[in-house]
Design a protein around this ligand. Structure first.
Ligand code: FAD
Length: 818
């Protein structure tokens, strides 16, 4: 046994399947001077008792990437590291009970084929051909995933551990980390066996991640947003027919998921494993009378079969063979949940050189991909795939324990539910309210949560159907559609107002801050009194983020970005600040609110409201101060809706009077869904939809925001120059789609001549141009106006035509410059 290390490049806290995969991938990347600490034996947390299912299915592109990579890794792992393991690739069948569910499957099949996977849609009788014991009552069809299967989680972990050790990485079992401290820009990880000094530290402590996370609070950290659910599966006794099936076919039955009933049923040896995600679920360790024990290694919760009765009966009606046997064993273990059910994988918010790879609900399926992604974060500072959906910084300060509990239970109880674009999940709401929230509600606002902030999606009139049932559709039409159209038309013909709380808002000042900011962005800064859009690239020239830069003085700026980007963008700026303190950055996100007042009559409306000191003839992209209804305001001459308009920014306390005045002057309230339609017509991109690190700044069509001849160097410049020389292979385009009942959602596949040539990044109906619009990325040689393509929308191909690279609405921007 080697001596206990005193230094390492990376220390990973937690030896479950995820931490071990991170270690393996670091070692494979050549970072072998890495240490994993496990307080008990490897797998002692959630990993040892996991059922070991390894699905690829997801409607999240990032999660699908993670899971697809895992299946590819696991296929060859035993041989690569010379550690035998049981990995049964049985395929899986997801049962569909409704047309909407079949549409969801079609969407996943389309995404899967874009990722090179052969998912298939089955008819009920084809489903029974693969699964002879199945009752077909009320089934519409199924999704077949040939890559799905099950793996022994302990063997998988040991194989990853062996692979890592063989490459030179170290694993220390029965060695709890007990704390961390910082010294000279390095981490000291404390253990009872001694301290380890390291550059990077990873919290991979599974359901203990919040406890380990507490150590990072003094170093800028936050409470890890998570909670713990109890999750059970039951093993049946042996069933002779299953043994016969296996013998005759030389394989196990495919794994069955009845996603509408909410359980999976898998052949386990010659019996069944039934695992429900029950609505009447149970959280653990959330009350003082049920404290989290200091050590729960290799332990389980007591069986709680009452909760599962309905699911057992439903499964027995579906596969009557299940009813022939008794239960031989129940496993009831802790499973951690972040509020959206996705893991925390990436930089630890607010803490330098610290990362999270924790809170996995599907850690066996995702560990392979998670190891790859986290190793890239550490060794390269960026990842091959955009992983925002998994990034810990997607949450900000609204995730208190009550929120985590409510959302965790909601997502667990609806683990397999369809996520319709029109439905707003009801739990954990009202975390961040605009100063005019009550007024928006009184106007009929149907609210949605945006990074915790409540904003109106649309405004209902008395008698409109606002039920959950009405939202259970992928189609465009619904009770909201007439209202959204009216709202868009009001903005087109008259003047509308949208309350938009939660814009991330950073003030930047200090001598040479202009020069400093210019050295971070790809383009130019606005002149004093003006504003523009600025893009930040990563070292590969890919789109890291977009900010509105408002220049008040030579070295005085406000930077405004998306609500969800608050912590992400803050970190980009903060981490680049010079150490001499000459540049000052401050976050004013929660102090201000914003109204968008826009439409051809907005100038008339504003003229009746603003004091004489403001000049409403100042041009598009100008900024100035003013007074409305006796309150100080800041006015930006800009409109994300693409009409003449202003953003009114004011301190929270002042906004109710201003909002009243704007409404009294005749502005019609409009919501986020109308805004989405309006911005699509202008080709305005949204962050982490149309703009992400999956695309370079050139690919994103942001050429006019790149200034290669400015005096400052900037991140990504070398890569941007190289790409320019090499030639750009993908291009951002606007498409008009001859769509059916539904518009193209994010990541719909684009086809040309029978080949996949790209994907949509967003889509929707444009009520001013009366057409279905999609924004997307295609092979550069096809990005010429008039090219005919097909967009696959929920499994069906629809003709689409590439448009001239100008806004569909008001191509010369005459209306907004009026
Ligand atoms: C009943 C059940 C069935 C499941 N079935 C599946 C499935 O079929 N497929 C799937 O993908 N997922 C499944 N899961 C989820 C899966 O088990 C987890 O997502 C996965 O095990 C998480 O792995 P991890 O490495 O993140 O965490 P863990 O396995 O919990 O590992 C964390 C480790 O950190 C260690 N640790 C904690 N604190 C410290 C410290 N201070 N110092 C050192 N070490 C520390 C712990 O001892 C533990 O070993 C299931 C879960 C349950 C409960």
């Amino acid at each position: 046994m080697s001596e206990f290390p005193t230094t390492a490049r990376v220390v990973i806290i937690g030896g479950g399947v995820v931490g071990t995969s991170v270690l393996y991938h670091l070692a494979r990347a050549g970072w072998t001077d890495c240490v994993l600490l496990e307080k008990n034996e490897l797998t002692a947390g959630s990993t040892w008792h996991a059922a070991g299912n390894v699905p690829t299915f997801s409607t999240s592109w990032s999660a699908m990437n993670l899971q697809r990579y895992s299946t590819e890794l696991y296929q060859g792992l035993a041989e690569t590291v010379d550690y035998p393991m049981n990995y049964h690739v049985t395929g899986s069948i997801r049962l569909g009970h409704s047309p909407e569910r079949m549409q969801e499957f079609e969407r996943a099949r389309g995404m899967g084929s874009h990722q090179g996977m052969a998912l298939e849609i089955l008819t009920p009788s084809e489903t029974r051909d693969l699964y002879p014991f199945l009752e077909l009552h009320d089934l519409q069809g199924a999704l077949y995933d040939p890559a799905d299967g099950d793996i022994d989680p302990a063997q998988l972990t040991q194989a990853l551990a062996k692979g890592a050790r063989d490459l030179g990485a170290q694993i220390h079992r029965f060695t709890p980390a007990t704390g961390v401290s910082r010294d000279n820009g390095e981490w000291i990880v404390q253990t009872e066996k001694g301290d380890i000094r390291c550059e990077f530290v990873v919290n991979a402590a599974g359901y203990y991640a919040q406890r380990v996370g507490e150590w990072f609070l003094p170093h800028g950290g936050r409470r890890v947003p998570m909670m713990v659910m109890s999750h059970q599966y039951m093993l049946s006794e042996e069933i002779p027919e299953l043994a016969e099936f296996a013998e005759q076919n030389g394989c196990k039955l495919p794994l069955l998921r009845d996603v509408d009933s909410s359980y999976y049923l898998r052949q386990e040896k010659n019996g069944f494993n039934l695992g429900p995600y029950e609505r009447n679920c149970r959280a653990h360790w959330v009350n003082p009378d049920d404290p989290m024990p200091d050590d729960f290694s290799f332990q389980l919760f007591p069986d709680d079969l009452d909760r599962l009765e309905w699911y057992m009966e439903d499964a027995m009606a579906r596969v009557p063979l299940l009813g022939q046997s008794g239960i031989s064993r129940v496993i009831n273990g802790p499973i951690p949940y972040a509020p959206d059910g996705m893991p925390l994988l990436g930089p630890m918010p607010g803490v330098p050189n610290a990362f999270e790879a924790c809170v996995f609900t599907f850690g066996i399926a995702q560990a392979g991909g998670a190891g790859k992604v986290l190793a890239e974060w550490i060794t390269q500072g960026e990842t091959e795939w955009d992983c925002w959906a998994l990034d810990p910084r997607r949450y900000t300060d609204y995730t208190d324990d009550a929120y985590c509990l409510a959302k965790g239970k909601e997502i667990y109880g609806y683990e397999y539910a369809m996520h319709f674009p029109w439905y707003e999940w009801p739990d954990g709401r009202d975390k961040k309210l605009s100063p005019v929230h009550e007024k928006v509600l009184e106007l009929g606002g149907q609210m949605g949560a945006y990074a915790g902030w409540e904003r109106a999606n649309w405004f209902a009139k008395p008698g409109d159907d606002t039920s959950k049932e009405s939202t259970q559709t992928w189609d465009r039409a619904g009770p909201w559609e007439t209202r959204v159209r009216e709202e868009c038309e009001a903005v087109r013909d008259d003047v509308g107002v949208l309350d938009l709380p939660g814009f991330s808002r950073f003030n930047l000042s200090g001598e040479k801050s202009a020069q400093w900011l210019s050295g971070l962005i790809t383009g130019a800064l606005p002149k004093v009194g003006r504003m523009n859009l600025a893009y930040f690239a990563d070292s590969r020239g890919r789109i890291l983020t977009e900010m509105s830069v408002i220049r008040h003085g030579d070295d005085l700026f406000t930077l405004i970005t998306a609500a969800t980007a608050q912590w992400h963008d803050w970190e980009i700026l903060k981490s680049a600040l010079p150490e001499d303190g000459s540049i000052h950055l401050a976050d004013y996100t929660t102090e201000y609110d914003t109204l968008i007042v826009t439409g051809p009559k907005s100038r008339d409306l504003m003229a009746g409201l603003v004091s004489d000191s403001a000049d409403l003839t100042l041009p598009w992209l100008s900024n100035q101060t003013g007074v409305i209804a006796g309150q100080a305001v800041f006015l930006l001459r800009v409109s994300f809706a693409g009409e003449l308009g202003w953003e009114i920014h004011a301190e929270n306390a002042d906004m109710p009077v201003i909002y009243d005045a704007v409404l009294a002057a005749g502005a019609k309230p409009f919501g986020m869904w109308a805004l989405n339609s309006l911005r699509l017509e202008k080709g305005y991109r949204t962050w982490k939809g149309d703009l992400s690190t999956d695309y370079s700044v050139f690919e994103g069509g942001l050429d006019r925001f790149i200034k290669l001849d400015k005096p400052q160097d900037f991140p990504g410049k070398a890569a941007i120059l190289a790409e320019k020389q090499r030639g750009i292979t993908k291009r951002f385009v606007t498409l008009i789609v001859d769509a059916g009942a539904a518009d193209a959602p994010y990541m719909s596949t684009l086809w040309h001549g029978g080949q996949i040539v790209g994907e949509t990044t967003s889509g929707g109906w444009g009520y001013r141009v009366n057409a279905s619009i999609a924004l997307g990325m295609i092979r550069a040689d096809l990005a010429t106006p008039g090219t005919k393509l097909e967009v696959e929308i929920y499994g069906k191909p629809y003709p689409a035509v590439v448009q001239v690279d100008l806004p569909l609405w008001d191509p010369k921007n005459e209306r907004l410059k009026a």
